[in-house]
Design a protein around this ligand. Structure first.
Ligand code: ADP
Ligand code: MG
Length: 461
């Protein structure tokens, strides 16, 4: 029913865009021939008068998108316009607040806030006056002589805001600005930001906030864009029809959160064919790739979720599960994905429903759970099957990590390849399929290794 009020999918913006992205894409070169596509062709507009939230799971390309929209990084294809002019040729006026406060530790609070004005050639007297006024606005009067290390995280992020706002940016960009703060401090800063915005205390005409926190997006934003991954693409773009201030407990609020969970857990439709680069090489799109992307979840987390689901009669809203567990999407979705990949649950319209094998798993003793996990993992996860097969086919039953990394980096970034193997090791150990020697960076079959060590006490490798 929320669809009726929240009218998902793209709406035409009412006024002239400040920033307009046309078919922007980003891909990264790999050591192999292939490139990894991080963002697929995307159109996006930032218009005056609204707080726009870009919401998505980690790794979906939110920061990459922000960097392209602010001119910090060039799109691999497509163009970003600032008031109709290509952004590389325009005089742009934006500020960015990052999650890590990124203050200069050797400068005082006041000097940190003055720094961007100095960079823009503002005279010392005006610099000082504007900075002091801004410190006052964000509740930092009295702290101007302090150094960042003397401040709490919340106070440091206030300095971050003051430094961003002092240049009077036309668009204020924020990349997960509250996620390094404790819950109460984050809540406090969010409401202060909203107050500055709604009272027009800041001259900023638009705010663009990147977040992986669904409730944060629904609390703050006039419009939410949900990003999907592999490669990053817009799944939905809609207005938030709730008046400010918003009540997290209201039905309209929780319905909207529920709707976003639905979008996030709805399977993506795979594109008809892989896009080809101008030079004829294929752009790798992970939806058509050989290896599934392993969700970074621990088997213990999967077991915990399934047990909770059994408690709830086998089926529940994913957002309610997240609420019960006090989990954010980045914590919960990988676990839901993993359980789904293993055939232990199915996801439909934002509900998680346990399957027969999931129920058996949840109701079993630990040894039987390991057995069921082993069957599910080797049945459903190609990478685990390949590791086992490679180990079994070697006479010494050990294989170096690099062998698998070389296979994976055809498809994933170096960093992601490592994370994929890390997760595979985790699952493989739990299922007692194989083990990993971190010192020698080698996979091995556990029993075989013991025999080998007993035998080979005299010989080397
Ligand atoms: P988010 O901010 O949503 O967490 P990012 O924009 O940081 O996501 O990253 C999106 C994807 O791009 C990730 O899979 C990340 O590993 C990949 N990526 C980011 N920077 C690079 C790079 N320099 N080279 C290769 N891959 C990268
Ligand atoms: Mg990011």
């Amino acid at each position: 029913m929320i669809e009726a009020t929240a009218t998902p999918e793209t709406q035409a913006p009412a006024s002239e865009a400040i920033i307009r992205a046309e078919k922007i894409e980003k891909y990264y070169a790999q050591p192999s021939e292939n490139r990894i596509q991080v963002i697929s062709a995307t159109d996006l507009e930032i218009v005056p008068g609204e707080i726009l939230a870009l919401l998505g799971p980690s790794g979906s390309g939110k920061s990459t998108m922000l960097r392209m929209l602010t001119g910090l990084s060039r799109p691999s294809a497509g163009q970003v316009y600032w008031h109709g002019k290509p952004i590389s040729e325009a005089q742009i006026n934006v500020s960015i607040v990052f999650q890590s406060f990124a203050l200069f530790p050797w400068l005082t609070v006041l000097e940190n806030v003055e720094a961007p004005l100095q960079a823009r050639g503002v005279e010392p007297e005006e610099r000082r006056e504007r900075s002091l006024r801004m410190l006052d606005t964000v509740g930092l009067d009295g702290f101007q002589a302090a150094y960042p290390k003397e401040l709490s995280g919340g106070m440091r992020q206030r300095v971050g805001f003051a430094r961003a706002l002092v240049v009077e940016p036309e668009v204020l960009f924020m990349d997960e600005p509250f996620s390094a703060l404790d819950v109460l401090t984050a809540e406090n800063l969010r409401s202060e930001l909203l107050e500055l915005w709604s009272k027009k205390t800041m001259p900023t005409r638009a705010v663009f906030i990147v977040t992986h926190n669904i409730e944060e997006a629904v609390l703050l934003a006039d419009r939410i864009i949900v990003l999907g991954r592999n490669p990053g693409h817009i799944r939905t773009d809609f207005r938030v029809p709730l008046p400010q201030p918003r009540d997290r407990k209201s039905q309209a609020f929780t319905q909207l959160v529920d709707y976003i969970y639905k979008v996030l857990t709805r399977p993506d439709i795979a594109p008809a064919e892989a896009p080809t680069q101008p030079d004829g090489r294929k752009v790798r799109d992970q939806r058509q790739m050989r290896y599934q992307m392993l969700p970074h979840a621990r088997p213990g987390g999967v077991a915990g979720l399934l047990e909770l689901l059994v408690d709830k009669g086998g089926r529940d809203d994913i957002y309610r599960l997240a609420d019960d567990l006090a989990f954010e999407i980045d914590d919960l979705l990988p676990i839901v994905d993993a359980a789904q990949l293993l055939g232990f649950l199915t996801v439909e319209e934002g509900d998680a429903a346990i399957t027969e094998s999931g129920t058996e798993f949840a109701n079993s003793e630990i040894l039987r759970q390991k057995e069921l996990f082993r069957e599910a993992a080797t049945g459903n996860v190609l990478l685990l099957r390949q590791i086992v097969r490679a180990l079994e086919s070697k006479s010494d039953h050990t294989v170096p990590e690099d062998f698998f990394l070389d296979m994976l980096d055809e498809q994933f970034s170096d960093e992601e390849s490592l994370r994929q193997l890390e997760t595979a090791i985790n699952w493989g150990r739990y299922a007692e399929l194989f083990d990993f020697d971190a010192a020698r960076r080698r996979f091995f079959l556990p029993e075989e290794e013991e025999e080998e060590e007993a035998e080979a006490s005299g010989g080397g490798e």
